[in-house]
Design a binder for this molecule. Structure first.
Ligand code: 5GP
Length: 197
């Protein structure tokens, strides 16, 4: 039953806050080696190549796929392609680091095929209503688009039993601490309130 320390995969439905939890971990837990994915998406303001992602052209990404350099890859939201580089992850695991992949469900399923003894953690919303609020809350999508997102969310939530553990994202710091504990690391004592992000 006990799993080797090493690789942990964090996945979950869109808009559940995976990015926020992994940003919190990047800022507060340097002992976690957070994998930097390759993507064809353009950088957003403030994003740094090699820190947040390795930004690639479509041709460069196709080369990574063709040369078998990716542990997993997927087209996310039918738009951009994202993938995990085998070489950096393998190196970190070899060095005995605790490696965290924050990826989408399609990618998590591929890692399960390739590395069945990795640890798979599902990040879930506190309630369905909260999830609906987060998905449609911005009010920028048409009712049809909102409906499409909710249908996708339902399918994504149904994947929970495929995972070893579920962490509820009711509070970013609490969820991150629980994830770190599941990775076999010790959560930090929090001496002061984190600054608002
Ligand atoms: P964003 O474009 O907002 O940074 O990320 C969009 C989605 O891509 C998130 O759901 C994130 O989990 C997913 N993602 C990021 N990196 C990877 C990766 O390497 N592989 C896969 N399969 N998904 C990824």
């Amino acid at each position: 039953m006990s799993k080797k320390p090493g690789l942990t995969v964090l996945a979950g439905p869109t808009a559940v806050g995976k990015g926020t939890v992994s940003t919190y971990i990047r800022d507060n837990y340097p002992e976690v080696w957070l994998s930097v994915s390759a993507t064809t998406r353009a950088p957003r303001p403030g994003e740094v190549d090699g820190v947040h992602y390795f930004f690639k052209s479509t041709e460069e990404f196709e080369r990574l796929i063709a040369e078998g350099d990716l542990l997993e890859w997927a087209v996310v939201h039918g738009q951009n392609t994202y993938g995990t580089l085998k070489s950096t992850v393998n190196e970190a695991i070899k060095e005995g680091r605790s490696v965290l992949l924050e990826i989408d469900l399609q990618g998590a399923r591929q890692v399960k095929e390739a590395v069945p003894d990795a640890k798979f953690v599902f990040l879930a919303p506190p309630t369905w209503d909260e999830m609906v609020r987060r998905l449609v809350g911005r009010g920028t999508e048409t009712p049809e688009e909102q409906q499409r997102r909710l249908e996708t969310a339902k399918l994504e939530l149904a994947a929970e039993p495929e995972f070893d553990h579920t962490v509820i994202n009711d509070d970013v710091r609490r969820a991150a601490d629980e994830l770190v504990s599941l990775m076999g690391l010790t959560p930090h004592a929090h001496l002061q309130e984190p600054s608002a992000r």
